[in-house]
Design a protein around this ligand. Structure first.
Ligand SMILES: [Zn+2]
Ligand SMILES: [Zn+2]
Length: 165
């Protein structure tokens, strides 16, 4: 997006609504996709009173993929509200990686901002019980009464091998 083409005067701002396609995301060893894959993006672009721009990006979507505990379908909402400032000569702090020669890379910023907004875990539900570590059954379906006989303690094998005269 060409910021210069907006011809904003210092202190002036503009809101622009656009759409960005977001590729699948690899996260925690699994692949997740956004639903919808094409997200609506609201950009607020303000020309600073000196040189440069203050930018705000907002979008929301839903991330869908396998639950990280039980592998069932899971989805989690993603809300993004990100800001960048790009002020030539302002040093690293005031230089946005998404702005080059007054061109804003909306797609790259949207994708990075979504990645930063992802939760720590994607779960089918907050208290997902996961899979049984012994047999792999889904414990959400099996319920808390799902148990296994304790594996025999190997020390007892040794004892049973002892022969008493
Ligand atoms: Zn789960
Ligand atoms: Zn089991």
């Amino acid at each position: 997006m060409d910021l210069a083409a907006l011809r904003l005067r210092p202190g002036e701002g503009r809101r622009i609504e656009t759409e960005v396609d977001v590729d699948d995301v690899s996260f925690g060893g699994q692949t997740y996709s956004l639903d919808p894959r094409t997200v609506d993006v609201i950009l607020d672009i303000s020309r600073l009173s000196g040189d440069g721009y203050a930018l705000r990006l907002r979008t929301s979507s839903t991330l869908r993929g396998p639950c990280m505990r039980c592998l069932d379908d899971a989805s989690v909402g993603v809300e993004v509200d990100a800001r960048e400032v790009d002020q030539p000569g302002g040093g690293d702090e005031l230089s946005s990686p998404y702005v080059t020669d007054e061109k804003l890379d909306v797609a790259a910023w949207t994708r990075d901002a979504i990645l930063l907004a992802l939760p720590q875990q994607v779960l089918c539900r907050e208290d997902c019980a996961g899979l049984c570590p012994v047999c792999g059954e889904n414990l959400n379906d099996a319920g808390p009464e799902h148990t296994h006989e304790r594996a025999p303690d190997p020390r007892w094998d040794k004892l049973s091998e002892l022969k008493f005269d």
